[in-house]
Design a binder for this molecule. Structure first.
Ligand code: 9MR
Length: 556
């Protein structure tokens, strides 16, 4: 049966709940390998059908892009790459008797490609079946960031000529990537048959394209959150380079906020250069290679506009290259032991602290030293940090952070759902010895919640972390998902107002809440877009939630 290349919203939402793509809150991106290809030797060619046509086929505004081809139809989304030719052929070895046939390849990178800009900022799950004589057929992703092209392998399969071999892999595409192309290549110049190839979004679809094309309203006369809360705490937002280059967003961020958190760029997978480390594991044995240039856009913006930055995050189970935990930085090799991982942890923390202190002295007000160490099911998360170092890895991370952090930078533990009773107990248990040693200054409440949350229960948790650990509190990643009712914006606004009133009451009663950060700018740019959890609409018009925040500061 012919499959529709574009699955519409309802079908995909159903598919998403059924697919293997994890819908967990956090997902670890698959580690990838850079291919040897360079930007000079690549000439891309027009696909048979372009990305534009993919958009036209997306009927409802929340449609999720998806590619699924068995090559039984006459319209295909895949095009040729380089000097290769592509055609649909009869193939009795293919599942439905049809396959894509790639021939005339003159270089390894010649093959077939999809334009994939609509997937930017999303984690994708790519599957395919291939046959080619004794080859390693790869599915690779290419994209540009600030003029630099990178090529990352999503997966590879060793193929035979007489039967199909299937493979799959996941990849998280940076939100600021452009000219995104997913393509099939191989290490030999042999012809390649392709069958059943698909690209799906994992979890919630982030429709950056739509939000970024929305005409924006004038925001210059809005009251200012940072001014309204000036006597209480800093007001921050999570930023990505996608919006920072755009004047209208810049203006709004400057007017409203006095703190930023890099939404992704300060995470270990953005800073650790795993490829460099793996290429030369002897040189990098105890200290992984690191890269920082990509951080400059966001940090310069903060510096130029008198903002502070929350450093997010140093030690985390997610968005950390898995190779970091292996002796040779290679997942197929031997797991590193405690001694080696402690060295890597110390050197990583030292390297990040040194670079930021040297280049942006005084800019980073707080560090999320450890993120999400508590398990939802109770106890500590059995992460690779836990497995390699042991249960004192959190303690060690704070020790190292204290050793290398500059004067004045506060050290935080950060987690989600940490208002829930059980998780609260677990977190308090592992943070107590760290607080006794004087190595922690604050607890970060991520606060990815919805209007279902009990505000009093939340407030009690803040009070308790402060009372029992003697630390300050940051609300680090606030977004409040709306329900699906007709008047959802009003209900969400009312809830935002009640939430802020309680937070202000706590602050005034002596709980040192020193900053509150919204996790994003406008609804469609949120990681949880379909919950519409932020205070600005896509056109940057203010939602009732924004006015409720302003009013709460005036009236409480
Ligand atoms: O908002 C971030 C999103 O762009 C990333 O794809 C995602 C990947 O893990 O991380 C999101 O930010 C997370 C934050 O770093 C830690 N707490 C949960 C946030 C939402 O997942």
């Amino acid at each position: 049966m012919k499959k529709n290349p574009i699955i519409t919203c309802a079908a995909l939402l159903l598919a998403l709940t059924l697919t293997s793509c994890s819908t967990e809150q956090q997902k670890k991106p698959d580690e990838t390998t850079v291919t040897t290809q360079t930007s000079e030797n690549v000439q891309t060619t027009e696909s048979v059908v372009t990305t534009q046509e993919i958009k036209e086929e997306m009927s409802t505004e929340n449609s999720v892009p998806s590619i699924s081809e068995d090559f039984t139809g006459d319209k295909i989304l895949i095009g040729k790459r380089g000097s290769a030719s592509v055609e649909i052929v009869d193939d009795d070895k293919a599942a439905d008797g049809k396959a894509l046939f790639i021939s005339g390849r003159k270089e390894a990178w010649n093959g077939a490609e999809y334009k994939a800009d609509l997937f930017r900022g999303n984690e994708i799950d790519v599957k395919g079946s291939f046959r080619s004589e004794n080859a390693s057929v790869r599915v690779t992703i290419q994209y540009n960031i600030q003029g630099n092209t990178s090529y990352n392998m999503i997966f590879a399969v060793n193929t035979k000529a007489d039967k199909y071999t299937s493979g799959n892999g996941k990849y998280t595409i940076p939100a600021n990537a452009d000219n995104i192309i997913v393509y099939v290549e191989s290490d030999t110049l042999n012809d390649i048959y392709v069958d059943n190839i698909s690209v799906d979004v994992c979890g919630e679809y982030k429709y950056y394209e739509k939000a970024l094309k929305t005409e924006l309203v004038d925001t210059s006369d809005y009251p200012s959150l940072k001014e309204a809360y000036a006597d209480l705490f800093r007001i921050g937002m999570a930023v990505s380079p996608t919006i920072l280059g755009k004047p209208d967003y810049n203006a709004l961020i400057k007017a409203q906020f006095n703190s930023i958190t890099c939404e992704n760029d300060m995470k270990p997978d953005a800073i650790i250069d795993i490829y460099k480390s793996k290429k030369d594991p002897d040189t990098y044995r105890e200290a992984p290679a690191m890269k920082f240039d990509h951080l400059k856009t966001e940090l310069n913006f903060a510096k130029e506009n008198g903002m502070t930055v929350r450093g997010h995050t140093l030690v985390w189970h997610s968005q950390t290259p898995e190779g970091l935990f292996y002796v040779e930085y290679d997942k197929s090799g031997e797991l590193a032991d405690r001694e080696l991982m402690l060295k890597r942890m110390e050197n990583y923390i030292k390297g990040v602290m040194e670079w930021t202190t040297e280049n942006y002295p005084g800019l980073i007000s707080a560090w999320d030293v450890v993120n999400e160490a508590a398990d939802d099911a109770g106890g500590m998360r059995q992460s690779l940090w836990y497995k390699t170092v042991g249960e004192d890895y959190i303690q060690k991370a704070f020790e190292f952070a204290r050793k290398y952090a500059p004067e004045g930078a506060k050290l935080f533990y950060n987690d989600y759902n940490s208002f829930q009773k059980k998780k609260q107990e677990d977190i308090l248990a592992f943070l107590k010895p760290i607080a006794e040693a004087g190595n922690i200054d604050g607890v970060g409440m991520q606060s990815h919640v919805g209007t279902w949350m009990n505000i009093n229960e939340y407030a009690n948790a803040l009070q308790r972390y402060h009372d029992e650990l003697g630390v300050e509190i940051n609300i680090t990643e606030l977004d409040i998902g709306a329900d699906k009712s007709d008047n959802w914006e009003e209900k969400q606004g009312k809830y935002f107002g009640d939430f802020m009133a309680k937070v202000i009451e706590l602050r005034k009663s002596g709980v040192p809440i020193t900053s509150l950060t919204l996790w994003g700018i406008s609804d469609s740019l949120s990681w949880k877009a379909s919950d519409r959890p932020l205070v600005f609409r896509d056109d940057l018009s203010r939602k009732p939630a924004f006015d409720a925040m302003i009013d709460a500061a005036k009236n409480n």
